[in-house]
Write a protein that binds this ligand. Structure first.
Ligand SMILES: O=C(O)C(=O)C[C@]1(C(=O)O)C=C[C@@H](O)C=C1
Length: 273
């Protein structure tokens, strides 16, 4: 089986993909959009994308691409503990530029500002591509924020370790596929259902009415987030995560009668990597 993920090797997505699919063929792609497109074009059996981090929140590019450009279904979630490190080619130079994925720079913002106030922050498509870039510019005073494995893979030195601003740092990854993958090696944490709701116009209190269908049935909502519909300013869709519950089917019927458009993103098991 082929599993697409945000590469290159040594990214956190790579770690999550290895944890969920230790014996499968892993396909490193350059961007999150490319990973989703590869799945949509059936170039892989499963695709793994980062969705949300405990410090920095939703990975907007992933949610937006999934909602606006794809019909892919979420068939599993993997939660990975994230430890960020500052990687360099030489420990003796004053760092001029620090490269990383925006999520990783955000997770280490305070540490970087305090310890390298002179350094410019530069965005890359992944933490591992930052490490690769720093390796390929070994004569420059550059650093990458990336994981420990990337230091080994790209032959970089670890200048500072475990530098995220909140020590307990976790990222959720969604696995896109047609059927739930066999993930026997990981601990199952819970079962969830994720929905994307679009509210009808001209319905006062539409969001209140929509989420009340879960509240009065005692269905546990673990996340709600709005993202722009990309139509006009002030129009949104809502991502809702629920703890799996057999009453959800009735809640969906009620949403339909309210005129709420519901897309079932997935009904899946959550695993700890
Ligand atoms: O850049 C990587 O290594 C990724 O796999 C992406 C990503 C993300 O988008 O959140 C994954 C986990 C970490 O939170 C930082 C970056």
């Amino acid at each position: 089986m082929n599993i697409a993920y945000l590469g290159p090797v040594g990214s956190f997505s790579h770690m999550a993909a290895k944890a969920a699919f230790p014996a499968e063929n892993l396909l490193a792609l350059g961007t999150i959009s490319e990973v989703i497109t590869a799945y949509d074009k059936k170039l892989c059996d499963f695709a793994l994308i980062p969705i949300e981090n405990s410090i920095e929140g939703t990975v907007n590019l992933a949610i937006d691409t999934l909602f606006h450009k794809s019909r892919a279904k979420v068939v599993a979630e993997v939660v990975l503990s994230i430890s960020q490190n500052v990687l360099v080619t030489s420990k003796t130079r004053e760092i001029e530029k620090i490269y990383s994925h925006p999520q990783a720079l955000a997770q280490t913002r305070n540490f970087l500002m305090k310890n390298y106030p002179q350094a410019k922050l530069e965005i890359t498509d992944s933490t591992a591509s930052a490490a690769e870039f720093v390796k390929n510019h070994a004569d420059e005073a550059f650093a990458a924020v990336a994981n420990y494995e990337a230091a080994e893979i790209y032959g970089l030195e670890v200048l500072a370790e475990n530098v995220q601003d909140v020590k307990d740092n976790n990222t959720r990854f969604w696995i896109l596929g047609e059927v739930a993958p066999k993930v026997d090696n990981l601990l199952e944490l819970e079962k969830k259902v994720s929905l994307a709701l679009t509210l009808p116009e001209n319905l006062p209190g539409a969001l209140h009415k929509a989420i009340s269908v879960f509240a009065w049935r005692g269905i546990d909502m673990t996340k709600i987030e709005s993202r722009p519909l990309k139509t006009i300013l002030g129009e949104y869709f809502f991502i809702i995560d629920l703890v799996a519950d057999e009453k959800i089917v009735y809640a969906l019927e009620e949403l339909q009668s309210l005129g709420v458009t519901v897309r079932l993103l997935g009904n899946y098991n959550v695993y700890e990597a």
